[in-house]
Ligand binder design. Structure first.
Ligand code: COA
Length: 434
């Protein structure tokens, strides 16, 4: 059995900073059959219960590889493929169904014991893989449709959907899919903020070396050639990761799900345990430098004209340029925001949040605010303030801010609000859970 990773009491403070960022977010967790069969599974259930208690919405997709192999040996029935990416004959499908029953029973029992509400919805429709380069894949399927609305309803009710890799096609014929591919399709459909593969490998190991953190750009070439230097199962996860990242999932993790306390460590610890692959989103957001002042002024001019933003001159902007961060698409500036730390050393003003009108409504504003929250947490701050004349609903409804009284503002923001802020509403957000 793997040793448990001890959680230091001092680590709790660090963890709490992440809690507001993840509250209400969806994590899709793909758990291998071998992890469910391992003695460490009970500890994993505790980690899942912690995530559930933090109001993180979980979707679980389980595999059956190890159970199929065990049943095949016990019943002396040869199988065509254990993981759902090769051909599946009738006998293998039958074993997959029996194996799926075993895994589901273990999951249901564990979830019930930990008090996590769960459901087994019929939310994935498969279609047959067909014939690939002359090989008939028989009862192997790939995802045709994910019932996003059904899953969202369950998640909104605080219920964790558990999905199996065996599902029906349009005509009601059962097929067997690869669980990692199902998980990637579900993450894409739900706009999940994380897809987490829990496996019996230590992470994305390439030529014997575990990669800890890599951008998606570096994953693509790794998968390009024939000899990737990865174990076949890990390679399958890396390919599914790529699908999810291309589909908009910002973070994919691959880690050993048998390590006790490993899931929480991966999510909340800076160093992590396995491999995190991330999209280029944060590369699109970069700190501003003096050379950007003119472009920022041009961008926000319209906001200042319409009084959505406080008027700033070139000189004022140049003086606080280091507080700005910019969102670029193809090298062009499309949005900006600024984080002005306050004299109390604990809070900052989130200011000048502006998205070019042609790019509004695409999630850029909320991504910038999320970035600012993360940045503020990294700086050790625990509260943000925003002064807004026209976008307080955005801060309240999309970003979790609440309205507050101007008297609560720290200096020098209180003085600025009194003299120059055009009767703005005052919004605030704690970076710790309430
Ligand atoms: C407010 C602003 C930053 C939002 O940026 P955006 O990229 O359009 O916002 P997003 O696409 O991330 O929207 C996220 C959510 O907020 C909602 N939203 C956006 N603007 C909103 C507004 N003014 N009021 C209420 N909800 C709003 C969106 O409908 C979306 O909801 P959904 O997740 O349910 O679909 C942008 O509209 C803007 O630049 N406005 C002018 C400048 C301004 O007022 N800045 C704030 C002063 S500091």
């Amino acid at each position: 059995m793997e040793p448990e990773i001890p959680l230091k009491a001092t680590a709790l403070r660090g963890i709490l900073k992440y809690v507001p960022l993840f509250r209400g977010e969806t994590f899709v967790i793909a758990v291998d059959g071998s992890v469910v069969a391992d003695a460490g599974f009970r500890s994993l259930l505790t980690d899942l219960a912690v995530l559930h208690s933090l109001n993180i919405r979980l979707v679980l997709v389980h595999g059956v590889g190890q159970q199929i192999r065990t049943l095949s040996t016990e019943r002396d029935l040869p199988i065509t493929d254990a993981y759902g990416d090769g051909p599946t004959d009738e006998a293998t499908l039958q074993l997959a169904l029996d194996a799926g029953g075993q895994v589901l029973a273990a999951l249901q029992a564990g979830f019930t014991e930990r008090g996590i509400p769960c459901a087994l919805p019929n939310a994935v429709r498969l279609t047959e893989r067909g014939i690939i380069r002359g090989t008939d894949y028989q009862r192997s399927g790939r995802v045709e449709k994910v019932e996003g609305a059904l899953l969202s309803q369950l998640l909104a009710a605080g219920t964790t959907p558990i999905l199996s890799p065996v599902a029906a096609d349009r005509s009601g014929r059962l097929l067997r899919a690869n669980a990692d591919e199902v998980a990637a399709a579900v993450a894409t459909k739900l706009g999940a903020s994380k897809l987490i593969f829990l496996t019996s490998h230590t992470g994305l190991v390439v030529h014997g070396e575990r990669l800890t953190n890599l951008p998606v750009d570096q994953l693509e070439p790794l998968l390009a050639g024939e000899a990737t230097g990865m174990e076949p199962q890990v390679q399958g996860k890396a390919r599914a990761a790529l699908v999810a990242l291309r589909g908009g999932t910002p973070r994919v993790h691959i880690l050993d799900g048998r390590v006790r306390g490993g899931l929480l460590t991966e999510i909340f610890d800076k160093v992590g345990l396995g491999t995190m692959i991330h999209s280029n989103d944060y590369e699109q957001i970069r700190p501003a430098g003096p050379a950007d002042a003119e472009a920022i002024l041009q961008l926000v001019r319209e906001g200042m004209r319409g009084d959505a933003l406080r008027a700033r001159g070139a000189e004022e902007l140049a003086g606080e340029i280091a507080d700005y961060f910019l969102y670029e698409i193809d090298g062009g500036l499309v949005a900006c925001a600024a984080l002005h730390p306050q004299a109390d050393g604990r809070s900052a003003e989130l200011a000048s949040v502006f998205v070019h009108p042609s790019y509004q409504g695409r999630g850029i504003g909320s991504r910038l605010v999320g970035f600012a929250e993360k940045r503020a947490s990294e700086l050790g701050l625990d509260r943000l303030y925003a002064l807004s004349t026209q976008s307080s609903p955005f801060f309240r409804e999309a970003c979790g801010f609440t309205e507050t009284d101007a008297a609560t503002l720290p200096e020098p923001l209180r003085g600025l609000h009194a003299t120059a802020c055009r009767g703005s509403r005052v919004l605030t957000k704690s970076l710790f859970p309430s």
